[in-house]
Write a protein that binds this ligand. Structure first.
Ligand SMILES: N[C@@H](CCC(=O)N[C@@H](CS)C(=O)NCC(=O)O)C(=O)O
Length: 228
């Protein structure tokens, strides 16, 4: 890490309720680092503004700029790539196991959620389905429930049956897989969606939320969150 303070060094483009930004927030918290957050209002479509598309042509957050060398580096995008970057540059506490099989398992659990579940319920998919696909509110809600359930119930099968599951997804300390698990559960709450039959997932969610690093990243505690 450079001598610069972490808040000056890291600029994180974020929004209060997003799952992918939550993942990065939790990782920063676990590593004891604090980025400067820059709000991108995805409900107002700011992710598709010409200014933001220069930072991430995919029109999605998070994006992270590292000012550590004095010059702003090329923005980093994709929450899992950012987690891996933090893991390499601030290795303690480790968010990946020490052994290759363990690392592959944690990455696999993480990708079930971050790559195969979450992208299906993003605003850009909603926009397409409700315009080109003529989905009404009920069809969109059924779509959300279907994909949240598919991802979390498959995760439940793995966590309940694989011997490496412990207090957390892999052993007794939090890893990237727990960050991804929690990132899906917190947005389910935002959307008021209930998935049944996932007791192991919810047990691990409780263990995550007992840690301040997860609690501090909760969408409801972010600047811009509705005060309900
Ligand atoms: N795979 C990306 C997903 C990024 C993503 O889709 N972010 C959402 C917020 S959680 C977003 O910015 N969506 C904007 C849109 O869909 O228009 C990651 O993990 O970073």
């Amino acid at each position: 890490m450079s001598d610069m303070s972490d808040t000056t060094r890291f600029e994180l483009f974020s929004y209060w309720r997003t799952s992918a930004t939550y993942r990065v927030r939790v990782a920063f918290n676990l590593k004891g680092l604090t980025p400067q957050e820059r709000n991108v209002d995805i409900d107002a479509g700011e992710q598709r503004s010409p200014e933001f598309l220069k930072i991430n042509p995919m029109g999605a957050i998070p994006a992270l700029i590292d000012h550590g060398d004095g010059q702003p580096a090329t923005p980093l995008t994709q929450s899992l790539a950012i987690l891996e970057f933090l893991e390499e540059t601030a290795p303690e506490p480790a968010l990946l196991p020490a052994d290759a099989h363990g690392r592959a398992r944690v990455r696999s659990l993480s990708q079930m959620l971050a790559a195969d579940t979450h992208p299906l319920i993003t605003p850009r998919i909603k926009k397409y389905l409700t315009t080109e696909g003529k989905f009404d509110d009920a069809a969109w809600r059924a779509w959300q429930i279907h994909w949240f359930s598919t991802g979390l119930q498959a995760l439940e099968q793995r966590l309940a049956n694989e011997p490496d599951t412990g207090k957390f997804c892999h052993g007794d300390t939090p890893t990237m897989a727990d960050i991804c698990l929690a990132s899906i559960v917190v947005v389910m709450r935002v959307f008021k969606i209930d998935v049944t039959g996932i007791p192991t997932v919810m047990r691990i969610m409780d263990a995550c939320e007992a840690l301040e690093a997860f609690g501090k990243a909760d969408p409801r505690r972010q600047v811009g969150a509705p005060q309900t």
